[in-house]
Design a protein around this ligand. Structure first.
Ligand code: ADP
Ligand code: MG
Length: 412
């Protein structure tokens, strides 16, 4: 964690917010809409941990306190190498609840991409496998995270000296019916329809329409994160404003990442990503395990001697230039916002006729045919460019003919 963002911790000079608790403040790391994140030290053991504390003005709202309890309990259920470890749930002397978790050193995936740009294919695939392995454990507990995004993923050193991705922030977790992860069960845990929970840039098509999101909604968001790792921006980041973003997730087909990436992306990875980003959850990978297995196969084929990376003849000029990256400077806030009307009438594309599918008509599977490897290296000319080239050629030919006639006339 880059501590440079931190500020002095206490709200009143000389008064430690954590006075009367087992912790003392070292530094404030982040301040968000709902609360603040502090680096603190255990008074007795000296161990440095992180405390996530609700804002003073929100601590009186029982719904928010309940949210933090659910976050603490559900994340504490997961003893997984790729999920941040929750250590305790406490209260300050003034009654502000906070959860205590292990301190992760490193930076968020959003910060990583901002600093380095798109990541190498193998690194992006292996980070996605970590995330999917974490989500397998999350989903097995009957939980849906609902806020998978680069701001909630932490890149940190792992025990074997490599780097890994850890999942944070169970602040809007959904507890599925029948789950025993949270006790007592939240009393108003019916899924409210018509409300989008999460972050508009990372919401699934069904989430954008205010429908309940199941684990496949998380897998859609993993697809978005992998897309961003490879391309530097999400497939719909050029849409501006919450409602446009929601409409794009619900109705627009994403462009194959290989068309936007500056580095070559193997066709099977292109296909896997478009499958993960399918509009209809039935057309996506059905479990995190299935998605991970698929990516591991891609990883194996990439690592094979004379694998795809070595055999693909790649010419930078053959691929469309990278779209202007959407800056990831400000963390994307998690919001509850109004869902799109269902069925969505896209301002961008007419909706298709009704079908038997349980998904509204405007939502179609987005599995577009991916060009074969050979096609990737073919120069693509748009009709406009072709017309200009043809006109220039005609003018040159005309001038040449005119010159020839003039020369012939002038010659004795
Ligand atoms: N355990 C941790 N170790 C280091 N940094 C953390 C930790 N938990 C959170 N952070 C930092 O605080 C930010 C906000 O935490 P998060 O749990 O996502 O809260 P919010 O609900 O405000 O989004 C994260 O993006 C990360 O930068
Ligand atoms: Mg967060």
């Amino acid at each position: 964690m880059a501590l440079s963002h931190g500020t002095s911790a206490s709200s009143a000079p000389g008064l430690d917010l954590f006075e009367g608790t087992p912790y003392r403040t070292i530094q404030r790391l982040r301040a968000g809409g709902m609360g603040e994140v502090f680096l603190v030290e255990h008074r007795t053991t000296g161990r440095r941990v992180v405390a996530k504390l609700i804002h003073a003005k929100l601590a009186a709202d029982p719904a928010l306190v309940e949210r933090l309890r659910i976050e603490a309990q559900s994340a504490a259920q997961l003893d997984h190498e790729y999920v941040v470890k929750i250590l305790a749930f406490e209260q300050t002397r003034t009654g502000r609840p906070f959860l205590v978790m292990e301190y992760l050193e490193g930076r968020t995936l959003a910060e990583e991409i901002m600093a380095r740009g798109p990541l190498p294919v193998l690194e992006a695939v292996s980070f996605s496998c970590h995330l999917l392995s974490a989500l397998t454990a999350v989903h097995e507990k009957g939980l849906v995270h609902r806020d998978i995004k680069p701001d909630n993923l932490f890149v940190c050193p792992s025990s074997d000296g490599t780097r890994c991705l850890k999942l944070l922030d169970f602040g809007v977790v959904r507890v599925m019916p029948g789950s025993h992860a949270v006790d007592p069960l939240p009393h108003d845990f019916r899924t409210r329809t018509g409300v989008v929970v999460g972050t508009p840039r990372f919401v699934s098509p069904e989430g954008a329409m205010g429908q309940p999101v199941d684990p496949r909604g998380d897998l859609y968001a993993v697809g978005l994160c992998l897309y961003i790792m490879l391309v530097g921006r999400g497939p719909f980041d050029h849409f501006d404003g919450e409602q446009m973003l929601l409409t794009a997730h619900a109705t627009e087909d994403p462009e194959a990442p290989s068309r936007l990436s500056q580095t070559p992306i193997p066709p099977e990875l292109d296909r896997a990503l478009l499958k993960a980003l399918a509009k209809n959850p039935e057309d996506r990978f059905q479990t995190a395990e299935e998605f991970q297995h698929h990516l591991e196969q891609v990883e194996v084929s990439l690592r094979r001697p004379s694998g795809w990376l070595e055999t693909t003849a790649f010419h930078a000029g053959d691929v469309a230039p990278l779209q202007p990256a959407v800056t990831l400077t400000a963390p994307q806030p998690t919001v509850e916002t109004r869902a799109l009307p269902s069925p969505v009438v896209s301002p961008l594309r007419p909706s298709t006729p009704a079908s038997d599918s349980p998904v509204p008509p405007a939502i179609e599977p987005s599995l577009a045919p991916i060009p074969a490897t050979a096609d990737r290296t073919r120069l693509r000319l748009s009709p406009l460019v072709a017309a200009i080239v043809f006109t220039i050629a005609l003018v040159i030919a005309g001038l040449a003919a005119l010159g020839l006639v003039t020369v012939l006339r002038g010659s004795p």
